[in-house]
Design a protein around this ligand. Sequence first.
Ligand SMILES: Nc1ncnc2c1ncn2[C@@H]1O[C@H](COP(=O)(O)OP(=O)(O)OP(=O)(O)O)[C@@H](O)[C@H]1O
Length: 235
Amino acid sequence: MVNANEQFTRFIELKDITVKSNDRTILNIPHAIIPTDRITACIGPNGAGKTTFLKLLDGLVKPDTGSIHYSFLPKTALVLHHTPMIKASTRTNISMATDADPSITSSQIDQAIHQVGLSALASSPAHKLSAGERQKICLARAFLLKPNLMLLDEPTANLDPQATEQVEQLVRDFKNSNVDVVFSSHLLAQVQRLAQYVLFIDQGEVKEKGPVGPFFSNPQTSAAKRYLAQELLID
Ligand SMILES: Nc1ncnc2c1ncn2[C@@H]1O[C@H](COP(=O)(O)OP(=O)(O)OP(=O)(O)O)[C@@H](O)[C@H]1O
């Protein structure tokens, strides 16, 4: 059931979710709603469970208990950080999306390369590109799969400010072309720039959630207060 104060047009509802690994509980979410009609950020300390959470939404990780209800027919694309490139051109790496969807056309590939700003590097060896350029390859490949929900795990990890800005703009472009986005990040300023909604995950639990503004100005839980204070020290 959706909280009466929070009217979402598209959302994912989790009930009684646990994800375990070797008897260790990695996620424990009795109930949570993730609005996908707005850009949603997952934040929390290292090892909190953010990547596992995104994999769960993607279906890559199956819950040990509980259920996930999508208010729409999900077609997800998950982009993990540190995705390796094959030793081939940018275009070939992006074309690998056709393995998952053979109906992708050559002109759609060109369009995706153009959209992420890699036209000049289309023939360059992908494994020699910068971290930012490689991330754009991953985003282009994911976008080609025509998802309605992009799940991005730390999409600007290890990127410089200029590449970060470009990737953030691509995320906005995705949203503007009706692709919902849920992303994880350790960059609080980025979350405030990009997201409208935030989920604070700590020790495998969604400890706090809500619109970005109130979360940052007035966090409710001691765990979120502590996390924000510590992150701001190193931001
Ligand atoms: N395949 C796995 N097998 C065993 N343990 C795992 C596995 N994947 C994740 N974990 C554990 O689950 C916990 C959550 O990991 P996860 O990568 O989801 O956290 P995170 O919040 O994304 O961390 P970070 O911010 O460091 O990327 C960690 O303690 C991790 O060691």
